[in-house]
Design a protein around this ligand. Structure first.
Ligand code: UT7
Length: 323
């Protein structure tokens, strides 16, 4: 059975680290409130002129290096982002050019914070259907450029960064012992558009706009839907929380991460947590957490991982994979 196996990963974070205390200078907020309500202690912000494609390229290069693979041998690049350099062309084609690739195909996926899970699931489908043998899946965001700096309920939450995973086709035995993607579960419900959105866009206001969120409502959906989608993906291959070595969750809020782990019966010792240092980096958060977990030795070859994420749309989903 053809499987899409992860053979490398990498991440990039902009140099500038912004601690919670930064926001006390211009907002009615406190270091303590931000940490207590979200688990976030600091985040990275892109430098002036530093774009999503630049960060995505850096993460992609590290993923290629860790796999010992040449960019020229990659068939496709899928980038999950809601903060592209330009309205078009896609960030994926920009990264393709930056990597010196002249063949293959590249496109972006937009499912906001769930973007990487959607991209990974699509990459898996392309690999198992034989349309590509090697795919770079990148999550890259500059959410700092979407913030309304007067809105204390949102601007303290987000950060910038990028992560990448390189998938390669391999022959598996067709059991859950196989390495690679074992199951995916994708969902969306456009009725919830108004609880998390950007109030600008090309065909409406012709502006970039700012992120708007009803935090409490999103929180409620997240706690319910993340465990649900993770359970659904695991159930497709007759697994459950007890089989999971690591949850690699979307890093929006430590309270959501804890509540989801609890619902899945997975102790926090088996959850990768980077929200303290990265904040919410939207589509970059899962690959950033994955790459950080591999780098610090937590995630080992053969471990069973479940990733889950939810974002604007609402769109949410999960992927079960053996590393
Ligand atoms: O990645 C996409 C998915 N996004 C998420 O998953 C985010 C989900 N939502 C959340 O993480 C949380 O809802 C927040 C962290 C955004 C907010 O936490 P909360 O515990 O739900 O707080 P709240 O919105 O109910 O606000 C509680 C109080 C309010 O004051 P009053 O009305 O009780 O007087 C807010 O005005 O906290 C106030 N508040 C703040 N206070 C200090 C809101 N933001 C801040 C702030 N500093 N930065």
């Amino acid at each position: 059975m053809r499987r899409a196996v992860a053979i490398g990963c990498g991440h990039y974070l902009p140099e500038r680290v912004v601690p919670n205390s930064h926001f006390e200078g211009f907002l009615d907020t406190s270091e303590e409130w931000i940490e207590a309500r979200t688990g976030i202690e600091r985040r990275h912000f892109a430098a002036e002129g530093e774009t999503t494609s630049m960060m995505g390229e850096a993460a992609a290069r590290r993923a290629l290096e860790s796999a010992g693979v040449d960019a020229a041998s990659v068939d496709a690049i899928i980038v999950a982002t809601s903060t592209p350099d330009l309205t078009f062309p896609s960030v994926a084609t920009m990264i393709q050019a930056r990597l010196g690739m002249t063949g293959g195909f590249a496109f972006d996926v937009q499912a906001v914070c769930a973007g990487f899970v959607f991209a990974l699931s699509n990459a898996n489908a392309l690999v198992i259907s034989g349309q590509a043998d090697r795919i770079l899946v990148v999550g890259a965001e500059t959410f700092s450029r979407l913030m309304d700096w007067k809105d204390r309920a949102t601007c303290v939450l987000f950060g910038d960064g990028a992560g990448a995973v390189l998938l390669e086709a391999a022959e598996g035995g067709g059991t859950t012992r196989d390495r690679g993607v074992l199951a995916t579960d994708l969902n969306s419900d456009g009725r919830h558009r108004d609880i998390l959105y950007v109030d600008g866009g090309v065909s409406s206001s012709r502006t970039t706009g700012h992120l708007r969120m009803e935090g409490k409502e999103v929180f409620r959906h997240a706690v319910e839907k993340l465990a649900e989608t993770a359970h659904a993906a695991l159930a497709k291959v007759n697994l459950d929380g007890g089989d999971v070595d690591w949850i690699v969750p979307h890093q929006a809020n430590l309270r959501i991460i804890k509540a989801t782990a609890k619902r899945m019966d997975v102790p926090m010792e088996r959850v990768i947590v980077t929200v303290r240092d990265h904040g919410n980096t939207s589509a970059a958060s899962v690959p950033l957490a994955l790459s950080a977990g591999v780098e610090d030795g937590s995630i080992k070859r053969g471990d069973l991982l479940v990733t889950e994420a939810i974002g604007g749309g609402l769109a949410w989903g999960s992927v079960v994979l053996r590393w």
